[in-house]
Write a protein that binds this ligand. Sequence first.
Ligand code: SAJ
Length: 425
Amino acid sequence: MKIEVMGLGYIGLPTAIMFAKHGHEVTGVDVVQEVVTTLNNGKIHIEEPGLEAELGRVLETGRFKVQMQVEQADVFIVAVPTPNLDDAFKSCDLTYVEQAMGMIIPHLERGNTIIIESTIAPRTTDTILASKIKQAGFEVGKDIFLVHCPERVLPGNILHELKWNNRIIGGVTKACTLKGVEIYGSFVEGKLLETSAAVAELSKLIENTYRDVNIALANEIVRIGDVLGIDSLEVIRLANYHPRVNIHQPGPGVGGHCLAVDPYFIISEASEETALIQMARQINERTPVFLAQKVRALMKKLGGKKITICGIAYKGNVDDVRESPALKVLDELKKDFEICVHDPHVKRFDWIERDLTRAAQDSDLLLVLTDHDDYQVILEDVFQVMQQRVVFDTKGVVSQTNDRVDYLTLGDLSKIKSHEEKAKI
Ligand code: SAJ
């Protein structure tokens, strides 16, 4: 089959490579010239384990090419970003999806399939996207097959998950769904779950909303522990021994392009019915500010001036800073303290220090905001150059093995507070 993938980002690129790896003739299309050049040179512009090696292999087979122009194909897969609009409920910005559809439509031929992988608001496929195809003179389900097939992969493990995760295939008609099943069946080993486009859209959004609400509960438990002087991490750990309880982990907030974005696509379509989802978003959005307040109190207790932020990516072992809560914590704290940011993965800012010992020079606090594996073991060399040997680990990643270091976690917030109270007396 000839497959064209529109948008070569975190999802489009590995998806295109997987199809090429499994025998299809694939063209990747991106609107950014630099991305096209980089990929044609065998390099990737994002960080994802194993992806560059796979790119090299598929380029060698001659089954994968990258360009800016769309051409005729059997299948078009749209994997472009869908950010939030800056409106009352941060609804889904369809600009890039519509732009991609606009590029595809002049090349459409009877029998083609269009698959939308981008996350979109419920009913977008049946209404806005189907009507674009109808306007071009085709009947959806007979001439052109239109499917929503949301991705659900974990950055850092994308190649494995693309193949092994169960996949929701939602067609506008049954015939559309069956086309989707045939296409993904060429490499997916997980279940191919057949449904309608609208169910596929909403279930994708609900998956990430479930995680967002769950993390909001965890972040609320931290505040409860703070007020009551109880170790909240220990509470969550023990509650999770219940066979039917799975509370997620608290942290500095929720980032990334999924959990921090998708719930708004539901809220904007059903604002009166989403009190819980809206509240969870508020809690998670306020968490970086709450955390910055706690860090201020800790720095007051330490009498410190300089903070070393460990990790600016939105989650561990990735280079992605989209919606990163660490950036929000940084914005808050840089008003009051000298800050040096360390991150071993993020390359896009020149103010990031790549050497942790240099970043920790004369620092009073290591503030861990991202669970990169690099922070599991912090070497004595790092502590030696610090003014004070204190680590505040908000992600539970650091192993606490050095007895000459003070380690604090989100379970210890009441200790910071009790000192403040002591200071007031
Ligand atoms: N986070 C917490 N506590 C947790 C888990 C995560 O605070 O217990 C935070 C993370 O630090 C991060 C954010 O939430 O800031 C999102 O984390 P995530 O691990 O859910 O990661 P995403 O957004 O990269 O990927 C998710 C996928 N998550 C997992 O499989 C664990 C997947 O559910 C989705 O399919 C994917 O988003 C997507 O593309 O929609």
